[in-house]
Structures are given as C-alpha cells and as structure tokens.
Design a protein around this ligand. Sequence first.
Ligand SMILES: Nc1ncnc2c1ncn2[C@@H]1O[C@H](COP(=O)(O)OP(=O)(O)OP(=O)(O)O)[C@@H](O)[C@H]1O
Ligand SMILES: [Mg+2]
Length: 287
Amino acid sequence: MSKPFIKIDGISFEYTINNQKTVPVLQNVTFDVHPGEYVAIIGHNGSGKSTLSKHFNGILTPQLGDIFVDGLNTRDGGLLREIRQKVGMVFQHPDNQIVSTIVEDDVAFGLENIGVPASEMKARIDFALEAVGMSAFRNRPPHHLSGGQKQRVAIAGILAMKPDCIVLDEATSMLDTYGRRDILDVVRKLNNDGMTIITVTHHMSEVAEASRVIVIEKGQIVLDGAPREIFQQHELLHQLQLDVPVASQLARLIHKYDNEYEADLIHNNEIVQEVIRLSAKRGVYAG
Ligand SMILES: Nc1ncnc2c1ncn2[C@@H]1O[C@H](COP(=O)(O)OP(=O)(O)OP(=O)(O)O)[C@@H](O)[C@H]1O
Ligand SMILES: [Mg+2]
C-alpha cells in the first residue's frame, strides 16, 4: 500500500473553556488517509467531526498523539504554511470564505499570501477557475453569485494553491439541490484527477460517492469501510442516529418482498439497473 498522505496517530483532543472546564472530544483516534482516497466522515451532531477535520491542516493540534501530513508533524509551527498548502479546507458558509469584491481577486488572495510571483498567478487562477467551471465569472462580484457558485469560488481559491488534499466540512449543507450537485461534480472530478478528498457530511447520498466511510461517535471511530459495507450495518447506524441513502432503504424494502432483488444497493442508478436486470430475466418489459 502507498505511503499515507495523512497519518492520524493516536490523537486525543479536548477544548478548554475559560482556562478551567475541559470538554473531551477526540479519544485515541488513529487512521491513515492514502493519496487519492475519497473519505467521508459521518457521525451525529457533536460527535467530533469538525474538531477532527481541523486537525488535518493544523488549525487544532491534539493534546495527545500526532498528525503527519505528507510526513510533516502539524505540531511544528514552522511547517504550518507548508501543511496548509498541501491540505485546503472548505467550510459550511460560502459567505464567510469570500474576501474580495471580484472573483479573480478572491482566488488570488491566498496566492498573494504565500508569495506566488505575479508571473505565475494568472496561470494558477485560470487553472483553478476552469477546474470549478467558473471562468466566465472571473470579473464578477462574488456577492451576486448563488451559494453553490460561491462555494465553487472558495474551492478555486484552494485549488490555486495546488494542494494534494481538500477537506470539506459540510460544504454543501447551505446549498440547494443544484448547488450541492455542482459541488459534488467538481469534487468527483478532482478526485478522478488524483486529489485526496475528505468530506464531512450529513447527506448520505454524498457519502455513497466516497470510496471509504469513517463513522465517529463520541470522538471515537466506530466503523471504517467501503460505503456498501457501512450501509449494510443499518441497525448500528440507526442506533447512532444516522441515516442510510434512500436507495439503500428502497433496495432493502424491495428485497423483503422479492428476495431475488439485490438488497445492498446504494446508488439510484443501481436500483434502475436491478429492475431492468430482473425484468429482462423474467421477460417483462421494463420500459
Ligand atoms: N470551540 C469550542 N469550545 C468548546 N467546545 C466545543 C468547541 N467546538 C466544539 N465544541 C464541542 O465539542 C464537541 C464536538 O463538536 P464538533 O463541532 O467537533 O462536532 P461535529 O461532529 O462537527 O458536530 P456537527 O454535526 O453539529 O457539526 C461538541 O460537544 C461541541 O459542543
Ligand atoms: Mg461540524
């Protein structure tokens, strides 16, 4: 197996409130993220997903254990700039991530901060806006854009830094169905091109698109596997107050009445294919 891109090695983390009360959140969390993986992190409210995500680029550092990004320890303040160029974060609220009044200036903002020479800047902005399908908007004011378009600009700002990994913490939760679809398409394309993706989401149809799902509860990993494996554990997920994709619910239900019908389907198109397969087998026209 390839060398891990992010190594999370036995980390525990607690918040301290007013220098006294402590809120323990993460407890001895260990896992590796390999280059090119598409990892979805799920868990119910307050389970520690955002706290964990903020460790991936050194926004938070653990009290115990270590995180290594491409071999660099996030505890080392001198390495943070390099680490943050390797791992970019997209947050929930698109408005909070826009800093300029023109789209291309917004994408340039991070580049100026890291001292990218002006001669290289244009090529990087062109590449990043193209990758998210926003080239036609480069001279527009971002506040006129839809939520999904703003998130695409936020992602472009990160792509311009040429990261190896993007972490999305509920980046689609403020968006409508179209905006969400937009972002998912961009993320899928970036992953196909080799980018490592870590996404935190409550939308199970988004989780089904990942190559791996990590379920956390009370700051500990309770499940880690491929989406199809994870969604088979519907009783455990139910206990953890988590959903399964509608496609999984439907497939299980149909399987109950017709056990030739496959139960472990997680994508809508798999349902369609299964109906076509069985119809053909039974000589019924499926339209
Ligand atoms: N800055 C903070 N100071 C103190 N406690 C915090 C802070 N941020 C989060 N917490 C607490 O830490 C725990 C984990 O929070 P976290 O935001 O990581 O959960 P989450 O899984 O991302 O939740 P959600 O699904 O609501 O986004 C919660 O009990 C929360 O109240
Ligand atoms: Mg959160």
